[in-house]
Write a protein that binds this ligand. Sequence first.
Ligand code: ZN
Length: 436
Amino acid sequence: MTGTFKLLHQAARTFYQLATKTALQCPTALHCYSSPLPHPGTSHLKFALHISSCHNMAEQRYCVEYAKRGTAGCKKCKEKIAKGIVRVGKIVPNPFSESAGDMKEWYHVKCMFEKLERVRATTKKIDDLTELEGWQELQDPEKDLINQHVKELAAKAGAAPTPRKKTPSKTNQSPGAQSTPPAKAPAANPSPLKFSGFSAKPDPSSPAPSSSSGSSLSTAQCDPKHKDCLLREFRKLCVMVADQASYNTKTQIIHDFLTKGTGGDVFHGDTYLTVKLLLPGVIKNVYNLNDKQIVKLYSRVFNCNQEEMVRDLEQGDVSETVRIFFEDSKTFPPAAKSLLTIHEVDEMLNQLSKMTKEEDQQKVLEDIARRCTSNDLKCIIRLIKHDLKMNSGAKHVLDALDPNAYDAFKASRNLGDVVERVLRNRQQGPGGKKNA
Ligand SMILES: [Zn+2]
C-alpha cells in the first residue's frame, strides 16, 4: 500500500484536476487501492493540527476522528456531520468548569479549512500532518483529503507549509466524505504571511530552517573527536532531561552540558548541532515516513515479522518497537558499541530526508542501523519522528543556551545566527578570552 501511495504522490498533480472536476470515486486503476470506509468505532483519532497564533504563541489544538453517531452539528455550516465521515474538532476549554477538561467543537473538514482561510491573517502554521500524533492511523482517503486542504490553504497564503517531497493532492473520496473540490488556482503572489509563532522572516523560497548554515564559531570550538560529540552522550542528556519534572532543572541540565560538557570543565562539542538536535520538532527535516512505514522498512532490514512489529506499535512508541525488534534480530544484530557522533547522525538524517522512494529510504535506514546500538537507533527514530520525548519545549532548550536565545530565535528563526551570537557574546564577555 505504501508503494501505491508513493505512486499516487507522483501521479497526484495529474489526477488532482481530473478527480476534483469529476469527483469520481476511482478515475483510474491507480486510484484503486484498498480504502474501505473505516469503522466508526475503531478510531478515536487525535492529532494536533499545529495552528498557532503568531501573536501570542498560543497553540490551538485540534483533533480529528470519524463521526461516531452523526448527531453533532458542524459549528460553521450548522449541518449535521454524517456518521462515519471524518470531522475536525477544535479543542476548547470547558467554559463551565476548569476541572471538567476540554470540549470539542466539531467541523466538516471543508468548513474547518474555510474558517482557517478567513483567519489566516492572525493564525498560521499548519505543520506537516504526517508528523502528528495519530495521523498515520487515518485512512488514506481522509489523509489525502486533509493534506489537500492544507496544501490549498498554504498556496492561498503564499507559502508552502513545511516542505514536503511530494504532496499527495488527489481527492479520492470515501462515500460521504467531504467531496467539495478545493478552491481553484491559488491567488498569485498573495501577501506574505507570518508563519507560526516563530515567524518574522517569511521566506517561501528557502527550503527549511534546518538548512541554515549553522554557526562558524560553534564549528570552530568543536573538537569532532571529543566525547561531547558522541550520540551516546547526547542520548544520556536526553534521558536526564526527560527524567526531570521541573522545567528549570531540565534547562539547567542542558545548560551544564552546553557549557561544561561531559568532562565537567569545558564543552568541546558542537553547540549549534547539539541544540539543533535537541529541537527536532522545531528545526525540522521532513522525512515522509510515518510509523507504519518505519516499521515496514525495518521489518525488512531486521528480517522479522512485519505484522508482529505492527502489533507492537500499538504500544504507541515506534522508537521502542524498533529498538526491541532490532535487539532480537538474528540476521542484523545491533552494534556492540556506540561510537556514532552527532555529526554522523545529522549527515545520515539529511540523507534520509532527500529520499523519496521506499527502497532508497530503506537503504539509508539500513546504513544508519548498521552503525547503531539499539539505543542509538531508538534515539535516531525519535529524531526522525521529531520528538525526543523529553517533555520540554523550545523555550526550555534555548534558555539553556542563553536567557535571550529564545526571543532571538522567535524573531529570526535562524538558529545558526542565534548560536553564533551567543558564542560571540561569551567570548567577549567578562569571562571571555578576547575582551574587545
Ligand atoms: Zn460544515
